[in-house]
Design a protein around this ligand. Structure first.
Ligand code: AMP
Length: 282
């Protein structure tokens, strides 16, 4: 497995592979791998000849008071894990290699970024779309795999790829969880023992709310109020950033539940801001 840090070298390698008729699969990440990342690699592996995993903590998608400088990293550990999943190439650039000092181009899908994480993390998805577009241009992938844990990100990337005619197939992979239901996240490393013990309540509340909807509740306000109450009693150490019911493709809040609905939450526990979601089919 090759580790490349220079974007030009990466692009040269990928263009060579393409000219040889080889197909390329891409898994973009910020590193500090857990089983969720590895599941994306396993999903992509049989779909391509060459599997590329990118590892880049992209500064432009972090807000000023966010955890950019504290984000956990372990390049050696990540490399070993990626190699164990038969990755062909890791791309781990420095920020200065990805962004010229006078970098001036941004890619944005503002319509899908108005709510959920887009509302509480201003500029976040513009940073994501810009870096993912750059990664697509550098790696020329036939297929790219993203996790449904970041549902809004996945919806935005699908729309961006469609709108800009980018020739890549986007695959969304199911959320990988701990045995107690907590969605795996690199940010779970921020949790103290006590916080970690409480964190599965995020998922438990979502499942209870989904049950309520499946059993007939159609008023989104009622369902959201139920989950707020649920978290107030089961997760007193958590602060709700948002609890929202949205259309899964348009990421627009809904008032009356009539079809497939995404329930999405972000909760702060200690130093971690954790997100989770559940797709409710009615
Ligand atoms: P990150 O390194 O957190 O930016 O995540 C890189 C990719 O892994 C994104 O497409 C995430 O949606 C995905 N991912 C992160 N955690 C999980 C998880 N628990 N299950 C499935 N995919 C995940």
């Amino acid at each position: 497995m090759n580790i490349i840090t220079d974007p030009r070298e990466l692009q040269k390698q990928c263009l060579t592979w393409r000219s040889e008729g080889l197909t390329i699969g891409l898994v973009p990440t910020m590193g500090y791998f857990h089983e969720g990342h590895l599941a994306l690699m396993d999903r992509a592996r049989p779909l391509c000849d060459k599997l590329i995993v990118t590892l880049f903590v992209n500064p432009t998608q972090f807000g000023e008071n966010e955890d950019l400088n504290k984000y956990p990293h372990d390049l050696d550990g990540d490399s070993a894990k990626a190699q164990s999943r038969e990755t062909d190439l890791i791309f781990a650039p420095e920020s200065s290699a990805m962004y010229e000092e006078d970098h001036a181009t941004r890619v944005d899908v503002p319509e899908l970024g108005k709510h959920l994480c887009g509302a509480s993390r201003s500029g976040h998805f513009k940073g994501v779309c810009t870096v993912v577009t750059k990664l697509f241009m550098l790696t020329q992938p036939d297929v790219a795999v993203f996790g449904r844990k970041d549902w809004q990100q996945l919806a935005i990337i699908k729309r961006m790829v469609r709108d800009l005619n980018i020739p890549v197939q986007i695959i969304g992979h199911e959320i990988i969880r701990e045995s107690d239901g907590l969605a795996l996240s690199s940010r779970n490393a921020y949790l103290t023992e006590k916080e970690r013990a409480a964190a599965p309540s995020i998922r438990k509340g979502l499942v209870k709310m989904a049950e309520m909807v499946k059993n007939g509740e159609r008023n989104a306000e009622v369902a959201k109020a139920f989950l707020h109450n649920e978290y107030a009693s089961t997760l007193p150490m958590g602060t709700v950033d948002y609890i929202e019911l949205v259309d899964p493709d348009a990421i627009e809040p809904i008032e009356i539940i009539t079809g497939s609905t995404l329930a999405a939450v972000a909760v702060r526990i200690g130093k971690a801001r954790l997100i989770d979601n559940i797709l409710i089919e009615v």
